[in-house]
Write a protein that binds this ligand. Structure first.
Ligand code: PTJ
Length: 247
């Protein structure tokens, strides 16, 4: 990988791009993942490449949801694995969540490689390989889940994907926390908590909030969950994007 100087104005963005390239070379990320990354970068650029106050609030609400859940699960695809493998494991540890691999372009080889990669980053138990459950109403490979994983979850973190699984999970009555830089995407629009932020910033920040809230009472956590306004979060992100170039 070409060395990127620390003071390069787009340092973080370029490092992220290289991680996705490396993920493709390692057979973790799909080639479509490169396109997804490009879409994300465009929105991140418009959002100012920083966690906005509104995204930070969503990240705190997501942490509260994960801590309150009976069975939280973090869903991992090829982009998530390439970008934040260790950070996902840390979030799972901070919230008691399971980690499950779930792929759109599912092959057994990619499933195994991603599971191995997560284990190399400290994951003890990686779900998704058994695939003995199904999400009703979905025809493609993302419908395959572990019955004792996403199948049984009450709260699911769903980062970086298109919206039909998000809709189907919502129809199953599950609470969805979505990380997506596009506030207009179907998954963000469907989510109980839309986190409009780059996953490389969002996941560590949800973990930081979870650690901060570790001793909070259920009442305090419930107040955070109930005080979160999903419409306001979507509107704040869209307004920020539309305001680019106005000043
Ligand atoms: O690994 P697989 O086989 O499951 O395939 C995964 C991809 C990502 C290829 C698949 O889910 C896909 O094609 O996704 P889409 O439809 O391109 O949607 C990806 C969404 O994630 C878009 O709305 C992007 O704006 C957003 N996105 C991309 N990169 C980031 C991001 N959001 C947050 N952080 C990012 N780094």
């Amino acid at each position: 990988m070409t060395e990127i100087p620390e003071d390069h104005p787009r340092h973080d963005s370029l490092v992220t791009r290289h991680r996705i390239e490396d993920g493709v070379d390692a057979g973790i990320t799909s080639r479509q993942g490169l396109i997804a990354q490009g879409r994300g970068e465009a929105y991140d650029y418009l959002l100012g490449e920083e966690t906005t106050p509104s995204a930070d609030e969503a990240e705190r609400a997501a942490a509260a949801h994960l801590l309150l859940a009976d069975h939280p699960v973090l869903s991992v695809n090829g982009n998530v694995a390439a970008l934040v493998p260790g950070e996902i494991v840390e979030l799972a540890e901070a919230t008691g969540a399971d980690v499950e691999v779930n792929l759109f372009n599912r092959t057994e080889e990619r499933m195994e490689r991603i599971a191995d990669y997560l284990r190399e980053h400290g994951a003890e138990d990686v779900k998704g390989l058994t695939a003995d459950g199904r999400i009703p109403g979905l025809e493609h490979e993302r419908a395959k889940v572990d019955a004792d994983g996403i199948g049984d979850a009450d709260v699911v973190l769903v980062p970086l994907e298109d919206g039909d699984r998000a809709e189907a999970l919502a129809e199953m009555g599950k609470t969805e926390l979505v990380i997506d830089l596009n506030p207009l995407s179907r998954s963000a629009q469907t989510a109980s908590v839309p986190i409009i932020d780059n996953i490389v910033r969002a996941v560590p920040n949800v973990t930081a909030h979870a650690r901060d809230l570790a001793d909070a009472s259920r009442e305090e956590l419930t107040d955070i969950v109930e005080g979160f306004d999903r419409e306001a979060a979507l509107e704040a992100a869209e307004a920020r994007i539309r305001a680019v170039g106005e000043d």
